[in-house]
Structure formats: structure tokens, C-alpha cells
Design a protein around this ligand. Sequence first.
Ligand code: NAD
Ligand code: GLY
Length: 364
Amino acid sequence: MRTLNVALGSRSYPIYIGAGLLGRAELIVERLKQKKAAIVTSSTVARLYLPPPKGALEARGVSVVAVTLPDGEEHKTWETLNRIFDELIEHRCERGTALIALGGGVVGDLAGFAAAVYQRGVPYIQVPTTLLAQVDSAIGGKTAINHPRGKNMVGAFYQPLAVVSDTDTLATLPPRELAAGLAEVVKYGLIRDPAFFEWLEANMARLARREPEALAYAIERCCANKAEVVSRDERETGPRALLNFGHTFGHAIEAGTGYGTWLHGEAVAAGMLLAAKLSQRLGWIAPADVRRITAVLQEAGLPVDAPALGLERYLELMGHDKKAEGGLIRFVLLKRIGEAVVSGEVPRAALADVLGAGTVHDRA
Ligand code: NAD
Ligand code: GLY
């Protein structure tokens, strides 16, 4: 097992990464205030992975409430959030009852938001079971639900007590979900870790084949990158915005095509390529760099053509982006591979060129 630290003063917490961690209840029990916890999970993950952590916790005398949610991005809503509250109240969960988010980013974002506001805040632990959640969403304390007009529009910054990433769970991920996680992996290389991007160019096939050593290395490197960024800028007043590379376009793709049609990671992949093309259009990166990025994403099995929603629809959807300031859409762009910047200075003509080039790519 490897342990990394998210350094946030008195709210610092460990990220445990390794095989067989679902049954390692001591990693969780040592952080509980009371011998009661609610595991929040999805129907798919409950079927596959609820028994090991539930059994291990119960064997240590912890009373466990299981809250099973419907599966999918389209359920990252007020209704599902309310369902968590209904169950917590029904089972008399108190301020000291910890929530354990067992699942992908959807479960993590929902359970984290529920923890932030239930009885004005209860402790929670992230137990991510998708690659995307292990390298990104479980770390850093962003929690949220979607609004029909904008992704992650309602939420809170609220840090977990620990992140427990059992890499064995990745064996059952559907190929499309694995690829979606690889999009966020590529993101770290592009925005701040050029040596890692080169490693990805050489090793993407090993990741796509799920070679355990390659996956463990990539997860640890991504977590180290994310922990460093979050430690410097927890509330995204500066460099944390760079983690949204590809997301301004990506969130527009998700909302514009209907949540769940494009997976988050797929939309981020197509969004990163749009951002790379925009960076090229502004004279910042070379056409050869765009080709390298395209090749890595394609090798990961990701879509590289964005849906042709039309310039006006993209602009409307991106106007709701949380990085927008005074109505100005701010994009994360690449100065070079491994160095990203935030820019609000993007001429409409450049956007029209890039978005006009998108082809229809039906993910349904
Ligand atoms: P997801 O949570 O929908 O999980 C993907 C699918 O895989 C689901 O059907 C799930 O039930 C299933 N699944 C989970 N673990 C499995 C396993 N081990 N084996 C088989 N199936 C499994 O999607 P995701 O890609 O994990 O997360 C996407 C979400 O994360 C989006 O809502 C996105 O906005 C959010 N996100 C949040 C942050 C953040 O910082 N909070 C960062 C990135 C993404
Ligand atoms: N996934 C973006 C962030 O955590 O800031």
C-alpha cells in the first residue's frame, strides 16, 4: 500500500492506494467518531463491492447503514441527494455518523455534498472504485450535484477524512469507464507534468490493458499531482483552475447532449482536444503537439471529435461555467505540453474556427 498526504493543515488527510484495501477496515475505523457509519453507494457498486467493507466494518463492531442510489450521471440530482437525507434520518444517523462514499465520481460527489450539509456537516471518507474517481474526483473536496442547465452547479468544498483506493476494483470496470478515467490521467500530464505525458505516450497500451503495475504508477502520480495542487489552492482562487483543462468544453458537451450520454471523461477528452486546438489557433502550441495529444487519447480508446452543437449553443452552455467572470468565459489553454494557463482573451473567431471543426459523434 502507498500513502500520500493532502496537506491542508488541521484538515490534512491520507490517500491510501493499493490492492485489497476494501477489506482493510482499520483504515476507516481509526477515523470514525462513533461506531456507526453509512455507506453510500450505487446499485452497480453495491452488487460488486458492498459486502467486503460492510462485513469488515461490522466485524469491528461498527453498525453500518447501506444507502444504495440509482446508478448514473443523470441521477446526480436534488432528488437523489434528498434520498440520502431520507435514509440518514430514517436510520437516525447523527452528527458523528460518518458517510462512506463507495463508488465512482457520481457517488463521491453526491455523498460528499450530503456530508457537507447533513446536520450542518458530518465526517466522510472516500472509497473510490473507478479510475476517474481514484485519480481525481475523490481527492480535493469538491462535491456537487448537477443542474439541468449546468454541470456541478450546486455544491460545496468539503474535504474527506481519508481516501481509500483499492486498485483491485478496476478489474471490473467496463472498458468505456476505464477509458473515461484515462482522460483525467492524460490531463495531469498536459497541464503540469510533461515527463508523465511522455511516460503516457510510451505506456498507454499497458494502461488500456490494465497492467496492475502501470495502473498503480499512474494512479499514484496523478494523486501526487492533485494533492499538490489542492494543498496550494483548496478553493480554486488560482492554480486549481488548471485542473479544469478540457472541462469548459467538456461540461458543455455533457449538459448539451443530456447527462449520461457522453461520459464525463469522454467529454473531457474531446474538450481537451478542443482546448488544444484553440491553443494552437492562438499560436501557443504546434500542430505536432495537437497530433501527439490526439494519438494518446485515441490509444486510450477515447473520442476525439466533439459533438457539433453549434457555436451559439456552446457559448450559451459555457456561459454557465464556474470559471466565468463578469460574463467572460475563461478557458484553460496550453502554452506547451506540460504547462497550462487560464485565459479570458479568446477571440470569437478563434472559437468559431475550433468549434466549427467539430463533427457529430453520437455516444448514445
Ligand atoms: P460514475 O460514478 O458514474 O461511475 C461510472 C460507472 O461505473 C457507474 O455505472 C458505476 O456504477 C460503475 N462502477 C463504479 N465502480 C465500478 C467498478 N469497480 N466496476 C464496475 N463498475 C463500476 O462515473 P465516474 O467516471 O467515476 O465519475 C464521473 C463523475 O465524477 C462526474 O459526475 C464528474 O462531474 C465527477 N467528477 C468530480 C470531480 C471532483 O473533483 N469532485 C472531478 C472529476 C469528476
Ligand atoms: N477536478 C477538478 C478539481 O478538483 O479541481
